[in-house]
Write a protein that binds this ligand. Sequence first.
Ligand code: SAJ
Length: 413
Amino acid sequence: GRLAILGLGYIGLPTAVAIATRGVDVVGVDINPAIVAAVSRGEVPFTEPDLAVAVSGAVAMGRLTATCELPEADAFIIAVPTPFNEDRSANLSYVKAAAEQIASRLKVGNIVVLESTSPPGTTEQVCRWISALRPDLRMPLDGENGADVYIAHCPERVLPGRIMIEIVTNDRVVGGLTPKCAEKAASIYRLFAQGEILLTDAASAEMAKLVENAYRDVNLAFANEISLVCETLHIDAWEVIRLANRHPRVNILNPGPGVGGHCIPVDPWFIVGAAPEQARLIRTAREVNDQRPHHVAGQVVEKAQRFRSPKIACLGLTFKANVDDVRESPAIEVVDLIAKSLPEVEVMVADPYVDKLPKELSGRDNLRLEGAHSAVEKADIVVLLVEHDPFKTIRHTRLGGKVVYDTRGAWRQ
Ligand code: SAJ
């Protein structure tokens, strides 16, 4: 059989490899010719531990190919982005385009799986988009007299930095438009998933994924709020959290400069959008977390007032530790706010995973990239924004006599 995956990003490519290494012919499809060219050469256009070797192996074995043109296949997996619009509603244009491409290739017996994180009802919408273009096919929602194709939602839930492990070991939720659809889609995940496969309906699967990320967001907001409260009361939040976490049923996360990444700052809004009156806590958590970069930047600006012409070193730009992903990174927002508020001040940024200033920062001429050690050496104020492993050893040797603002608690003890 042949399986096509639409979208060769952080989810699509690892999934393609996982399935290809189980002896299935996998075609990866992407609208970006540069990504298609890279994958065809056996290369990965981004960094994720163990992915590169897996891709080059699957391509060398002839099991994984890449193209811009969707071919016919037995099963299709949609793994395209679902960003949000200005008004925070979900932008489903990539999903719609994928569904329409699939419609043009669909044959009786095919399976279509939506993996992209989506608002409740999107899997049904995918069915309607396909149905509109293919009135000749009986769709799963058409009633009891059997369907020609099977449509389901199976949300990805892998953690960046651990994708190659989690894609195999995580439990998977598979929600079908009908029970038969869920069964059919599950057969794909049984190929490579070692975790349990949990069958449900499509809307429950959609909602479960959103709830997972909203749960984490609310918990992060709680930690960030504790940090804010403690700061106001001149109490050490890290010490408080360390102590509270010794309670058997308390597990508070680490406060930080904000919540980034492509999922957690976005997905809770899909819940708020679906039930705005009811989702009050979820909305507030988003607002608390979105406020963090402003608060952190404000603290740095305040510390800078103590100096006549301070030099500031900001360590870390990515959205979290030990990854090279700068999407929705609170660290970038903090750096931008500092550089904007202090146009006369020299701001040095260091990140071992970033070799050129992200475009959001390229317009600020008081900003420059610098090696971590020399930035720290020259700086009066050192701000730790991301707890990359190489930064953890800096404190012992180089921080004496400087104003240090450790937003991650990585230099404590
Ligand atoms: N962060 C903190 N303090 C902490 C932990 C994290 O400030 O104690 C920050 C990180 O620095 C980062 C943000 O939170 O800015 C999110 O990082 P993360 O590691 O919690 O999550 P992601 O965005 O890498 O991946 C999440 C995961 N979801 C959950 O843990 C519920 C992952 O399983 C999902 O697959 C992924 O979102 C996704 O794609 O939806």
